[in-house]
Design a protein around this ligand. Sequence first.
Ligand SMILES: *Cc1c(COP(=O)(O)O)cnc(C)c1O
Length: 369
Amino acid sequence: MSALAIAVDYDAITDNVRTLRARAADAEVMAVVKADAYGHGLLPSAAAARKGGATWLGVAQPSEALALRAAGDSGRIFTWLYGTEVPARALIAADVDLSVNSAEVLGEIIAVARDLTVAPRIHICVDTGLGREGVTLHDLPGLLSVAQAAQAEGLLRIAGMWSHLAWADQPGHPTINLQAENFRSAVVLAEERDIDLEVRHLANSACTLTRPDLHFDLVRPGIATYGLPPVEDPDGANFGLRPAMAVRSRVVLVKDVPEGQGVSYGHEYVTPYRTTLGLVSAGYADGVFRAAGNRAEVEIRGRRYRIAGRVCMDQFVVDLGPATQVCEGDVVTLVGPDGPTARDWATAVDTIDYEIVCRFGGLRDKESA
Ligand SMILES: *Cc1c(COP(=O)(O)O)cnc(C)c1O
């Protein structure tokens, strides 16, 4: 085992997708598996999500879409992040649904489609207020005209229209309704031109969980798929979702020290009494945030311990207290069902749990994927 062992419970991903499907009611579920499935492993996560009923998979990068196809996934796959260098030929041959972000990308797709016998399915991305990907409402009519002309020629199929929210994780934020209104008017613009959209989609995890009125035909949960809802469940039940990732290490040394012993570089922790220290064999070179020193907690034998002092390159220390049962070789849970959550770590190091799982997940033993 390397310094950190990253375990993923793929059954949790399957169960989470089932739960999200039930919440989505009539809408279908696109499990977002970008960024190596938020660190959980692209292929096994995708398979687990399919098993739970994800009729769609969503990825940012074309290479991820192609990797899913190469692995034999034959369901609907949607990809959205590229400029005009989009590998349109490979994606169309692989029957991947393509986002259209701009007139330039649309032109590129049309140019490639002219040489092919299959008509690619495109989803027009509208920037309804995120200020990130998509065409503005101002540019939408012109883009629709070009796309519609290409569709009339049989060069492509306008399958979808979609957008993404800026503040979905703050339910009640006024931009949510504003963006939804903008999205509706974009859809109306297409419908007025008799464009028959197969799917309209807007909802990320937070929107899926809090705004059933904005599910449209398809929801795109990412982080909730991995059991980490970005909003609080008013019922205190984590929306029935289960975190899929666990991060563990081991105690490699246990020793008694006197009161007043400074611990680790800079002595930022000083023992308040005669106590026992435990040394854990994982540090910032292994992905343990240096900012977690004196802040984040770990669990050993069912008890929580705060990291004592600075996190070093490949080790950190915990104060086990004067009468500990902890022994060398004991498992240390940094994140897991039997320990702190990714959210706890996010709070400790001042980020979001998305970054915690991407970071720790980046350390996974990739051969198993
Ligand atoms: C990442 C992403 C999602 C999923 O967001 P979560 O907050 O993880 O649910 C959905 N749609 C797009 C376009 C994204 O970039």
